[in-house]
Design a protein around this ligand. Structure first.
Ligand code: KG4
Ligand code: ZN
Length: 355
C-alpha cells in the first residue's frame, strides 16, 4: 500500500489528505474560507493567502491524525516509517500567494522527513477525483468535462497522464458565470450553490436565454448568456429602489430571482451536456467524466446521466469542490510514473494541463 499526503491551497480552501494507492481516502480535511470571502462577493487573494498561513499546519496535523499517523515529531516515528511514500502539492493553476503557502509547507515537510515531493496540476487533480469513487476505476479512453470556477475544458485522456485538449471556454468559465450571475441576482457567494437553491422554485422556461453552440468546435462561451441575464435584470426595478414621485410611486416589478436562476442554470447545463456527450461519442470514449466544482450541480449530474449514450461518472459532492484527496490521488499516479519535483519547485499560477 502506497500512502500519499496531499496538500491543496490554490484558492480559498486549505486542505490536506492521506490517500492509499491513489484510490482509498484515509483522511481528508478541508478548511473552507467561504464565510470570510462572502462579504467581498468573491475570493480576496491577500486575505486568502494569510488565512492559508494560519490554517495549513493544523489542517496537515489533523489529516495525519485522522489517518492514524503521528506527525513525525522529533523522537517519534518518521512519516516514512509510518508508510507515507511522498508529499504531493498543488503548484498551479491558482492564486500565486495561496499556492505559495501550500508549496512551501509541502517542501518543508518533505525535506524534513526525507520524502519525495510531487508537484500536482490542480486541473489534473480534479479529474482524479473520479478515481476516489468505490468500484472499478474509470475506463480509458475517456473524455472529461472539467467545469470549475476558473476552467471549462473538454479533455480526452488515453491513459494516465496522457491528455489532449478538445476545446474549452472562449471567455468565462462555467463556475465564473454562475458566480457572476449569482451576484447580478443578489445571491450570496459562491453563486453556483446559491443559484441551484434559488432555481428550485423557478421555471427554467420563464426566460428564453441564449445558448452558444459554436458548431463544429468543442468550445464554449458563456459571456453572451451572462449579458442576457444582465439585460433581463435591468428590466426590473428592485424593491429597494422604489421611490415616490409627484406622479406617485415608480412602477415596480420585483426581480423574479427563482425564474432567472432556473432559466440561467438550464441554459448552462444544456450546452455543457450536449457538447460533452457529442465529444464523448465522437472520440469513442468508454467513459465520460465530470470534474470540478460545477460538477456538484444537481441538474448537470441528472441531465448528463439522462442524455449521454456513454457511461457517465462524477465524484461525490465533497470531492467536486477543492479538496486534497484529489491532489493525493493525482500525486500517486504521477509518483508511479516516476514524476517527482525538485526542491526548486515554484508556483505556476497559469499552469495548463496541456502545454
Ligand atoms: O473546483 P472549485 O471548488 O474551485 C476551482 O478550482 O475553481 O470550483 C468552484 C466553482 C465556483 O464557481 C462555484 O460557484 C461552483 O464551482 N459550484 C457550483 C456548484 N457548487 C460549486 N456551480 C453550480 N452548481 C453547484 N451546485
Ligand atoms: Zn478547483
Amino acid at each position: 500500500m502506497t500512502l500519499i499526503l496531499g496538500i491543496e491551497t490554490s484558492c480559498d480552501e486549505t486542505a490536506a489528505a492521506v490517500v492509499a494507492d491513489g484510490r482509498e481516502i484515509k483522511s481528508s480535511v478541508v478548511a473552507s474560507q467561504v464565510d470570510i470571502h462572502r462579504r467581498y462577493g468573491g475570493v480576496f487573494p491577500e486575505v486568502a493567502s494569510r488565512q492559508h498561513v494560519l490554517s495549513i499546519l493544523p489542517v496537515i496535523d489533523q489529516a495525519l491524525h485522522e489517518a492514524g499517523i503521528v506527525s513525525g515529531e522529533e523522537g517519534g516515528p518518521s512519516l516514512a516509517e509510518q508508510g507515507i511514500a511522498a508529499v504531493a502539492v498543488t503548484y498551479g493553476p491558482g492564486l500565486a500567494g495561496s499556492l505559495l503557502v501550500g508549496v512551501n509547507a509541502a517542501k518543508g515537510l518533505a525535506w524534513g522527513q526525507g520524502l519525495p515531493l510531487i508537484g500536482v496540476n490542480h486541473i489534473e487533480a480534479h479529474i482524479y477525483g473520479n478515481w476516489l469513487v468505490d468500484g472499478p476505476p474509470p475506463e480509458f479512453p475517456l473524455v472529461c468535462l472539467v467545469v470549475s470556477g476558473g476552467h471549462t475544458e473538454l479533455i480526452q485522456m488515453a491513459d494516465h497522464g496522457q491528455y489532449r485538449r478538445l476545446g474549452g471556454t472562449l471567455d468565462d468559465a462555467a463556475g465564473e458565470a454562475f458566480d457572476k450571475v449569482g451576484r447580478l441576482l443578489g445571491l450570496p457567494y459562491p453563486g453556483g450553490p446559491s443559484i441551484q437553491e434559488a432555481a428550485r422554485d423557478g421555471n427554467p422556461e420563464a426566460f428564453k436565454l441564449p445558448r452558444a453552440w459554436l458548431p463544429g468546435t468543442h468550445d464554449f462561451s458563456f459571456s453572451g448568456l451572462k449579458t442576457a441575464v444582465l439585460h433581463a435584470v435591468q428590466k426590473f426595478v428592485p424593491r429597494d429602489d422604489m421611490r415616490s414621485s409627484a406622479q406617485g410611486p415608480t412602477v415596480v416589478r420585483e426581480l423574479p430571482v427563482a425564474d432567472l436562476a432556473a432559466s440561467f442554470q438550464a441554459a448552462v447545463v444544456d450546452v455543457l451536456v450536449e457538447k460533452a456527450c457529442q465529444a464523448a461519442e465522437e472520440f469513442g470514449a468508454r467513459t465520460l467524466l465530470l470534474a470540478g466544482g460545477v460538477a456538484a450541480n444537481e441538474l448537470l449530474r441528472a441531465e448528463i446521466q439522462r442524455r449521454c449514450p456513454v457511461p457517465v461518472r462524477y465524484p461525490p459532492l465533497s470531492l467536486c469542490t477543492d479538496n486534497a484527496a484529489m491532489i493525493a490521488s493525482a500525486g500517486y499516479f504521477n509518483f508511479q510514473a516516476g514524476r517527482q519535483a525538485g526542491w526548486d519547485l515554484d508556483v505556476l499560477p497559469n499552469l495548463k494541463l496541456i502545454a
